[in-house]
Design a protein around this ligand. Structure first.
Ligand code: ADP
Ligand code: GN1
Ligand code: MG
Length: 375
């Protein structure tokens, strides 16, 4: 029996192990799809080794994930949603009842039922898909608004502290351990030119305009599973960064990942753009339930959320490039630089369309309010 098989066996899974392969395109954890034969029927599971360089306290993280999944299951059952087991992640517990297993090297693993017939997408395929993804993430915020049990653990402190991310970039430029900074002066200047803007979201919160909520904080398009037949967004996944945050982080990362026609690591930044049709679809989907619980400043801030989140991730990619690619998984040395360049191009495209985006948000909000009044 291999170490991996021993780890899998420590979860309360019965039957004969058939096979396993690496799965998905996430940048952080190590993910495997494994299948077991259970009395002649194949059942698939999703195993993940939690990246403990990124998540310093995996037990606290799993405490968050368990609480969230329990709450969402209860809500799905109460609302009598069809197909509930494909709408909420189901954790498989270890044989001694924990939400995780530690392997021989001390790393933490978790296991979920594999959700069949639904996939994540790295690039948006249609406005319907964008709308669905945003609707599902908006629902996630709504459903977690009454999560019992007190504040969630902060699994990565200061995760969306954009001014802090900017300082980290400055520090990396100053230290420049691999002597790379002089070759990326244009990229560095791009962020320096926007130094006065990095605090816009956090300031809205500090000034009391927008509230802290339980947010997902990593609402990449590929962190929602979309039904391959009905195209309905079924299940929000990758709950590791679900913790106190701002709704604009969640909408913002949707703009970052669901409006460009090319992938995050596309080699030709001139082909990146913020497709306005996708943006309108995101607003439509997010406000479907959001119009009821988001305040005026949150709704008005949606375009700025997109701009700042894209800027933040661009800075993080550049920082990681300068520091030797220690954080994000990469396939080649310039991978993070390539990713940074697509984010820069996307910020530029967003900036060119800010007024139009704000008008769209306002029109959609009014239309939704009107339809609520009529019905
Ligand atoms: P990472 O933190 O590395 O991004 P994710 O939790 O997003 O890891 O998982 C990686 C990929 O695995 C996802 O993009 C998705 O395609 C797939 N995945 C995760 N959980 C499930 C699940 N329960 N059922 C089916 N696929 C899943
Ligand atoms: C990481 O785990 P994944 O691939 O869904 C990262 C996000 C970044 C994203 C950039 C915990 O998301 O913050 O926005 O890469 N997650 C973490 O693609 O750092
Ligand atoms: Mg992911």
């Amino acid at each position: 029996m291999t170490d991996f098989e021993r780890t899998m066996r420590s979860f309360a899974i019965y039957g004969d192990f058939v096979d396993a392969q690496p799965y998905g395109t996430g940048h952080i954890n190590s993910t495997y799809k494994a299948s077991f034969d259970q009395a002649g029927r194949r059942v698939n599971y999703l195993f993940q080794r939690i990246n403990d360089r990124v998540f310093r306290d995996p037990e606290a993280l799993m405490d968050n994930v368990s609480r969230i999944c329990d709450h969402l299951v209860e809500r799905a059952e109460r609302e009598n949603l069809p197909d509930a087991s494909r709408r909420v992640l189901s954790l498989i517990r270890s044989r001694n009842g924990e939400a995780w297993v530690r392997d021989g090297d001390g790393h933490y693993w978790r296991c979920y039922f594999f959700i069949e017939g639904a996939t994540g997408h790295d690039v948006v395929q249609s406005p319907t898909q964008a709308k669905e993804a945003a609707r599902c993430f908006g629902e996630y915020l709504r459903l977690l608004a009454d999560l019992p049990g007190g504040r969630l653990h902060e699994t990565i402190p200061d995760f969306h502290d954009t001014p802090g991310r900017f300082q980290n970039l400055l520090q990396a430029v100053e230290n420049d351990p691999f002597d790379l900074a002089s070759a990326v002066e244009d990229e560095i200047s791009f962020f320096l030119d926007r130094r006065d803007d990095v605090g816009t979201l956090i300031d809205l919160h500090r000034n009391g305009m927008i509230p802290e909520r339980v947010t997902h904080n990593d609402t990449k398009l590929n962190n929602v599973l979309i039904d391959t037949t009905t195209h309905e967004a079924m299940c929000v996944i990758d709950l590791d960064t679900s913790m106190p945050g701002l709704s604009l982080y969640d909408f913002g990362d949707l703009v970052r990942t669901s409006t460009s026609p090319v992938p995050e690591d596309h080699q030709r930044p001139d082909e990146v753009r913020m497709d306005f049709t996708m943006f309108s679809a995101l607003v439509e989907g997010f406000l479907e339930s959001g119009v009821d619980f988001l305040n005026e400043s949150e709704i008005a801030g949606l375009p700025e959320g997109g701009r700042i989140m894209t800027m933040e991730v661009g800075m993080r990619f550049l920082t990681d490039y300068l520091l030797g690619n220690q954080y994000f998984k990469t396939s080649y040395p310039e991978h993070n630089l390539v990713r940074c360049r697509t984010q820069i191009a996307l910020v530029q495209s967003i900036e060119e369309q800010m007024q139009k985006m704000s008008d769209c948000v306002e029109t959609t909000r009014e239309a939704k309010r009107k339809s609520i009044r009529i019905s």
